[in-house]
Design a protein around this ligand. Sequence first.
Ligand code: FES
Length: 390
Amino acid sequence: MGKKKFSVNGNFKDSINTVKFLIERKQFVNSAPAVLPTRTDDFGVNKVAKSLHPKEQKLVISRIEDHAGIAKSYYFSSKGAPLAYFKAGQYLTFKLEIGSSVVTRSYSIASSPASALNGEYQITVKRIANGFVSDYILDNWNVGDEVIAYAPEGNLTYSPLRDAKNIVAVAGGSGITPFLSLARAIDQGDEDCTLTLLYGCRASDEILFKAELDALSEKNDKINVVYVLSHSDEEGYEKGFVGADIIKKYAPEGNYSIFVCGPGGMYKYLETELPKLEKEKKYIRFEVFSSGKKADEEPKEFSIKVINRGEESVIKASSNETVLCAFERAGIVVPARCHTGECGFCRSKLVSGKVYIPEGEDRRRIADMQFNFIHPCCCYPESDLVVRIN
Ligand code: FES
């Protein structure tokens, strides 16, 4: 009688290996110390994570540069730990106490990432009509003052896996800063993309950083800068608004990504212009820093009952300001960063009441929508509310 042959199929082998793995894992877990190690800061990886994503950064204003009365650049050094590194295009969110309000506002970093390694950040603040926070900064910040900023954040950054290698940047006013940072990073060899910068201003005397942009464009083949003036007809400048025609005229051959940063009016205009380019959605990216206000002919007044870590208070809110604005005005500190509904830091539970979320600004997860969580930075009250801050 011949020997009976057995064959072991793959599934059976997998099952044996899984059981073996479970036994080994149990032994490993049982051999671990009963008490968790507490000095987690000693682990190298934690040190790196902490330096890249500090909870807060204490900064000192080291110098201030005036841009012909239109804007000011603020340069910061660290008061303590080294500055957190960032990618060109990211922003810093500052926490300020103005009167009885505690507000947060984000400003794109204008300096290059390499400058953070050398201990310096730069932001540029432009005076805008009714700019509550920007006016406060321009009128009150002085050299030597200490300010609080969170870690750099934001997604208006070049990523070779996601973006085309050619970036067409559409900038308006002080929206030039993330692209100045990108131009500097390209010139310093820290970013491997090309930059066609279409910079819209009302007139040539409102162009920020012109001398430096011209110099970068002159010396580096990867950088091309075009100025577009909307309210002034001057020789050597494009006239009008940055739209589909101007983008087509200056965009490089082949595929390109479009990055946009500027005032609200520019976004409105581009809403109808960009579709003419028939680009895939993933190749168009925006930076929006909301002022937290909406035009409303007759603002209505509501009340918000705020539940914050077990404490309750009732504050006033207006229908033309975001719920976050109402919190800030009342001095309630909410962990907010982007002010555009993107980062999720301000996520709170709407216990009752109705809010309005402008079209295109609802960036909540589906589960959050189902369980009535909101991003107060882009919700406007439409009734009295009860909100629990997470
Ligand atoms: S501050 Fe980022 S989602 Fe509200």
